[in-house]
Design a binder for this molecule. Structure first.
Ligand code: NAD
Length: 291
């Protein structure tokens, strides 16, 4: 199969691992790298590289799925400095916040690299099933050029704006809604349990009623009810995203009462749960605490 681009993928974690696997399954034969070990994480049909520079030297376009802004900036610096360098485009799938995405796009442009701010939503389950949504911000032509690769990893690929940072804005507001529904559902179910209601019954009723959300219909059924708490998204990651949203709200000056409270709740939860699954917020809120 003839491909116009040779792809690289850096960051083979909970999201990047399955996304790179789907890219490979579709025949793109990506070169992959992760600083924690590429060979053991390289999915079938991909090729493990020894370094970021190794990826930049042989790939036209490079996907990143990294923890946070400083990681993205560090990897971008390595890509920009690679000699020889074949890379012309970097597509960042990470959640890093608006200022970090704007700064990354500036640095990429200065190094002669195209940049797409393209965070994703749908969780590890969605990454495995290739049903995630991608929110791309940057030149439309760049999104279109890479649409076949996006389509291998995602069900819904949106071009949401021309400027890096706009993808982050959409991702942060979406995760605020998700974080709010996840925490509010825990509060509601704990209240119901204290009234003698059964967890499964409450979810059955709520999930066909007006209180339903992606949280109640998805993670509460899959990860909370069976007690597996295995959504693949950490409490620390949720707290990071809500802190980024809170900072963004403060800069925007728009209404933020709920956002501030939700960010505080997740910060408290992350202090107790650390990198434990964020669905354990149900257990966290069930534990009596001094107020
Ligand atoms: P993760 O921590 O599981 O994976 C990150 C990977 O990046 C790790 O394997 C790590 O070794 C690697 N890495 C870090 N620095 C590196 C470097 N300098 N060079 C090479 N590799 C490096 O994180 P994740 O859950 O896969 O999330 C990745 C990004 O996607 C984050 O920004 C997160 O907020 C976002 N996200 C996660 C989810 C989810 O459900 N887990 C959902 C949507 C978005």
């Amino acid at each position: 199969m003839k491909r116009p681009n040779h792809y690289g993928f850096i960051g083979l974690g909970r999201m990047g691992g399955p996304m790179a696997a789907n890219l490979a399954k579709a025949g793109f034969a990506p070169a992959v790298f992760d600083k924690a070990g590429a060979a053991e994480r390289a999915p079938p049909g991909s090729e493990a590289a020894a370094s970021v520079a190794g990826i930049a030297g042989r790939c036209d376009a490079i996907f990143l799925s990294l923890p946070a802004g400083p990681d993205v900036h560090a990897v971008l610096t390595e890509i920009a400095a690679a000699k020889p360098r074949r890379a012309t485009t970097v597509i960042d799938l990470s959640t890093i916040g608006i200022p970090a995405a704007e700064e990354a796009a500036r640095r990429a442009a200065a190094a002669g690299l195209g940049w797409l701010d393209a965070p994703v939503s749908g969780g590890r389950a969605g990454a495995i099933a290739a049903t995630i949504a991608v929110m791309c911000a940057g030149p439309r032509a760049l999104v279109e050029a890479h649409r076949p690769a996006f389509a291998a990893m995602a069900k819904n690929v949106f071009h949401v704006g021309e400027h890096a940072g706009q993808g982050q804005a959409l991702k942060l507001l979406n995760n605020f809604l998700s974080a709010t529904a996840t925490a509010a559902t825990a509060e509601a179910l704990l209240f119901g349990r204290a009234q003698g209601l059964d967890l499964k019954t409450m979810l059955e009723v709520v999930n066909v009623s007006t209180g339903a959300s992606a949280a109640s219909q998805g993670k509460y059924v899959r990860n909370v009810l069976p007690g597996t708490f295995d959504s693949g998204f950490g409490a620390d990651q949720m707290a990071k995203d809500q802190a980024l949203y809170r900072e963004a709200l403060a800069r925007a000056g728009t209404a933020g009462a709920i956002g501030n409270d939700v960010a505080q709740l997740w910060q408290d939860a992350a202090r107790a749960l650390g990198a434990g699954d964020h669905t354990r917020v149900f257990e966290f809120l069930a534990t009596p605490r001094k107020s």
